[in-house]
Design a protein around this ligand. Structure first.
Ligand code: GCU
Length: 399
């Protein structure tokens, strides 16, 4: 096995210079929110498509939402549980579908705001209920794991419902199997549109993370048709690779009013030029399918990237953003995640919003709140009750 360089000693982090998020490609300084929205934001979005994540899949010719189960007394009679199949089809008869698990609080006087996230291990592993459909197809058609309820703490459905929020999830493998086999995209939603392309052609413009981000938007399309959901309050969340994905979804789809990126690290919320934790070299060797095929050229050359990750998180501005780290998660570089949020503040400022700065104290297990939220939780790489407690509190402020 090849050993790649990876630094986890803070005293060995070399100096670096961050690019200016407000300086356009032709050297013009952005000074107001209008020019940010009109010029700079689209420029940065286009750069991320070209350099890192490629293009999201297009819209299918036909989209259908079919409720395949509805349980009126879910989670001890506190929620209505639905399983909805989303099917995307093309004129030539090809189709792709996946199943969304949705919990809606019962007995509310108004439609509920909704958390939307993808899961790693199938819908059956997010919930304590044992009668949820098994989802999570892998490349060879098999299921992720023949088990149930193994990530319940990551979802916290009971408490989410108690606080008056709905929660929806889909297994990410069902949108694009998370497999670096260069053919895996052929079992993804992209196959509807690009089946005639060679693997090489496809990987030059498509990526798993873009497919997953697309899936989050399609979940929201579906939720917009649910009468008991207030889709004007849609909060996208994701952990780790799915935290990179939630940022990318929020960047491409401004209907998400809160973007939560939990322990997203390299190519998520961590500053790339900081030589700490995972690097472009490591991530592109292990997970080439998350990126367009030209991205590995930045291995050991992070300083040449036309952006850094404070640009990425700033694509959420002026909406609410929550960045989370875990104290022991050195692979994801907690300090780099904190700093990206701090440096995104320059963009929020254009909207008259003050946010935290690189000097703001952020002791473990405390929460920095505002339009840009940050916390570093004690413990390791995960999304759990302490993280959710912060997310529910932020969501409660969104009117
Ligand atoms: C790996 C990968 C990370 C990623 C993580 C995850 O550790 O190197 O970039 O965030 O998997 O998704 O859990």
């Amino acid at each position: 096995m090849v050993e790649f360089h990876k630094n986890t000693d803070e005293s060995l982090v070399p100096d670096y210079v961050l690019p200016d998020v407000l300086m356009t490609a032709d050297g013009k300084k952005i000074e107001n929110a209008f020019d940010w929205i009109q010029t700079r934001r689209p420029e940065i979005l286009a750069l991320y498509k070209k350099v890192m994540y490629g293009n999201l899949p297009p819209r299918a010719v036909k989209t259908e939402f079919e409720t395949i189960s509805c349980k009126e007394d879910a989670l001890n009679n506190t929620a209505v549980r639905k399983e909805i199949q989303l099917t995307f089809s093309m004129a030539d008869g090809k189709s792709h579908s996946f199943v969304m698990l949705l919990y809606i609080p019962k007995n509310l006087s108004a439609p509920a705001p909704v958390f939307i996230g993808l899961n790693f291990n199938g819908n059956q592993n997010c919930t304590s209920e044992d009668d949820v459909m098994m989802t999570g197809r892998l490349l060879n058609g098999g299921l992720v794991a023949n088990e149930r309820s193994n990530q319940v703490q990551r979802w916290q459905f009971e408490e989410t419902i108690k606080r008056g929020y709905a929660s929806a999830t889909v297994c990410y493998h069902d949108i694009y199997p998370d497999d670096k086999d260069e053919n895996s995209w052929r079992n993804s939603v992209y196959n509807l549109f690009f089946a005639d392309e060679s693997n090489e052609e496809f990987h030059s413009h498509g990526s798993a993370i873009s497919a997953w981000a697309w899936g989050l938007s399609r979940m929201l399309d579906c939720l917009e048709t649910e009468p008991m959901i207030d889709s004007s309050k849609a909060f996208v969340h994701g952990h780790s690779r799915l935290g990179k994905t939630s940022l990318w979804a929020g960047a491409n789809d401004t209907r998400f009013k809160l973007v939560i990126t939990n322990d997203s690290g390299c190519c998520g919320s961590a500053i790339a030029r900081r030589d700490f934790g995972e690097t472009v070299e490591i991530i592109t060797h292990k997970f080439p399918h998350w990126f367009v095929s030209s991205f590995p050229k930045y291995s050991k050359r992070e300083a040449e990237l036309p952006f850094d990750q404070h640009f990425f998180v700033a694509l959420t501005a002026p909406r609410y953003l929550a960045i989370a780290s875990a104290e022991l998660d050195s692979h994801a570089d907690p300090k780099g995640e904190f700093l990206a949020g701090a440096h995104a503040g320059a963009v929020y400022k254009l909207f008259g919003i003050d946010t935290y700065t690189p000097d703001t104290p952020h002791p473990v297990d405390s929460y920095i709140t505002g339009a840009v939220n940050y916390h570093v939780r004690s413990g390791g790489h995960d999304q759990n009750l302490a993280d959710w407690t912060h997310y529910w509190d932020i969501a409660a402020k969104i009117k």
